[in-house]
Design a protein around this ligand. Structure first.
Ligand SMILES: O=C[C@H](O)COP(=O)(O)O
Length: 334
């Protein structure tokens, strides 16, 4: 099946689209031979992933530099049933100024923001208002997030509504059954239709890897999503029983690398769900640095999808800057 033409009406995208200014992924025709020949050796992936922690930066100054970089890569997220405009305004204030001025001064760091704010559709308007003038994009989760089981027409309309409301990044979820049934054509058609509906907004394809059964399925779904035009591939919604894991991350990075070698196109990577400690952030940065290179430590090609990681990084930076005893005094609550 051929890809659908972009049918989303042009609407001014939210101001930060230039943050994703590298050439977009135009996709490829579905290549079933490539998909069938792709396999992953799970024990080897697990062994490799287990070694990443040993390669975290050892000295505190380098660790602080890495963690400052990680802050700028976070899609600061709230995806709760009890989200309110007030909570989203607080989140956006944190996204604009994620670290206190005293902490930045102690670390010798300049101004920093997170990469984006990620919310449900209903929270796009308060997020845009709260981020006005900051240059920070609003990402919206879409297509029946998190299960992706609402009617197809509803899922397309949901994307279009969020783009029309001003989201410049759309995080879609795939139908897991297409992967579990190895119906690659159905998966390709679905993701290509979502990509067309996104129009100017950049699309992150959430694979929900914890529900795909095998790493081989993760690899194949990654390839199909990229062939169908995904700008980013993303591990998880944060709502599956198992979310972002390093063996899954390794698998997806290797597929991004293979796609780049075949097409010359850079596709972004977003691990999401359960990434909640400073060492977690370091492990993911080691992984993408080793597998894809430093370009994938920049916000146009890498994001952390996380609701609690920022607080953990802030506490660790505080320890580095002011000493271990300072954290309880300076951060009364986690
Ligand atoms: O896309 C982002 C995830 O939903 C965040 O998951 P988390 O709450 O486990 O950090």
């Amino acid at each position: 099946m051929t890809r659908r033409e972009n049918k989303t009406p042009a609407r001014p995208a939210s101001p930060a689209l230039p943050r994703l200014a590298h050439a977009r992924n135009g996709g490829l025709p579905l290549d079933t031979g490539w998909i069938a020949s792709t396999r992953v050796n799970r024990p080897a992936a697990e062994r490799h992933a287990a070694g990443l922690a040993a390669r975290r930066p050892a000295d505190p100054a380098t660790e602080a530099a890495w963690l400052l970089r990680a802050v700028g890569l976070i899609d600061l997220t709230t995806l709760s049933g009890d989200d309110t405009p007030g909570r989203v305004r607080q989140l956006c204030a944190k996204a604009r100024a994620p670290l206190g001025a005293d902490l930045r001064k102690a670390l010798g760091a300049g101004p920093v923001t997170t990469a984006a704010v990620c919310v449900y559709h209903e929270m796009i308007a308060p997020a845009l208002a709260a981020l006005e003038g900051s240059g920070l994009p609003v990402a919206a989760v879409s297509t029946g997030f998190p299960a992706g089981l609402s009617p197809f027409s509803t899922r397309l309309a949901e994307i279009e509504a969020s783009v029309a409301a001003g989201a410049s990044e759309i995080d879609i979820v795939i139908s897991r059954r297409h992967v579990l049934l190895a119906d690659w054509q159905a998966l390709y058609d679905e993701v290509a239709a979502f990509r067309a509906a996104c129009g100017p907004a950049h699309m992150k394809a959430i694979l929900a890897t914890g529900e795909l059964g095998t790493l081989t399925n993760v690899a194949r779904a990654s390839l199909v999503a990229m062939m169908a035009g995904a700008d980013f591939i993303k591990t998880s919604t944060g709502k599956e029983p198992v979310n972002a894991t390093l063996p899954v991350g390794l698998t997806m990075c290797r597929m991004i690398r293979a796609y780049r070698e075949a097409t010359g196109v850079d596709v972004g990577f977003k691990p999401a769900g359960g990434i909640s400690t400073a060492p977690d952030a370091l492990d993911w940065l080691v992984l993408v640095g080793e597998e894809l290179g430093p370009r994938w430590q920049e916000p146009d090609l890498f994001r952390f999808g996380a609701s609690s990681l920022l607080g953990a990084i802030e506490r660790r930076l505080d320890e580095i800057a002011f000493g271990a005893g300072s954290t309880p005094r300076r951060h009364a609550t986690g």
